[in-house]
Design a protein around this ligand. Structure first.
Ligand code: FE2
Length: 193
C-alpha cells in the first residue's frame, strides 16, 4: 500500500509484547489433548485436523463475503450489499461453531489471518473490485470447495464414530452452505434474464 498517511518502516518503534514465541505456550498446534469424550484419540485427532481445514476455508469465505459486501456495484448494489452481509454474518457464526468443536475435541483452532491464508484451499481474489457476476461466481466456487470437503468429512466421521462432529458437519455446515448457494444462484439467474 503506497502513499498512505501511515508510515511502516521497520517496526523499530514498536515493542514486541512477547519476545519468545514459545513463552506461555500451553499446547502445540495440531496436537490433541485427550478430553473424556468416550472417543478414540486418533479419531479426535483426525476430526480436529480436518475441521481446521474447514475452519480456514470458512473464515476465508466469510471474508470474501465482506469484501464483496463492501465492493459490489451496479443496478443490484443494494440487494447484493445486504445479501452478502447476511451471509457473512451466518458464516461468522459457523466459524465460531467449528472452532469450538475443535477445542471440544482437544485440538487447537487455527485463528489468525496469516495462518488461514496459508491453509485455505479457496483461491485468493485480487485486491481490485470485480463486477457482481464475477463476485457471485467466485463465491459459488468457494462454497463448492467447502461443500466438497464437508461431505468427505461427514462420510469419514460417520465411519469413525465421531457423531458429534458428523452432526455439526451435516446440520450446520452442509445445510447453511447449500442454502447460501441457492440464494446466490437465484441472483445469477435474475441478472442473466
Ligand atoms: Fe456493512
Amino acid at each position: 500500500m503506497s502513499h498512505t498517511a501511515i508510515a511502516r518502516p521497520d517496526g523499530s518503534h514498536l515493542k514486541e509484547p512477547i519476545t519468545a514465541s514459545t513463552r506461555g505456550g500451553t499446547q502445540s498446534f495440531q496436537t490433541v489433548r485427550r478430553n473424556p469424550l468416550a472417543l478414540d484419540a486418533t479419531v479426535a485427532t483426525d476430526s480436529s485436523n480436518s475441521l481446521n481445514q474447514l475452519l480456514a476455508d470458512t473464515i476465508t469465505l466469510r471474508d470474501l463475503y465482506k469484501k464483496h459486501h463492501w465492493q459490489t456495484s451496479g443496478p443490484t448494489f443494494y440487494m447484493l450489499h445486504l445479501l452478502f452481509d447476511k451471509h457473512a454474518e451466518e458464516q461468522s457464526a459457523l466459524v465460531d461453531t467449528v472452532a469450538e468443536r475443535i477445542q471440544t475435541l482437544g485440538g487447537v483452532s487455527i485463528a489468525m489471518a496469516a495462518d488461514v491464508a496459508e491453509a485455505t484451499m479457496i483461491p485468493r481474489p485480487p485486491k481490485d473490485r470485480e463486477d457482481a457476476a464475477t463476485q457471485i461466481e467466485r463465491l459459488l466456487h468457494a462454497h463448492e470447495v467447502i461443500l466438497l470437503e464437508t461431505r468427505a468429512m461427514a462420510r469419514a466421521t460417520a465411519t469413525s464414530g465421531d457423531l458429534g462432529t458428523n452432526d455439526l458437519l451435516v446440520s450446520d455446515v452442509l445445510r447453511l452452505n447449500e442454502l447460501q448457494v441457492w440464494f446466490l444462484v437465484e441472483h445469477v439467474r435474475a441478472i442473466e434474464v
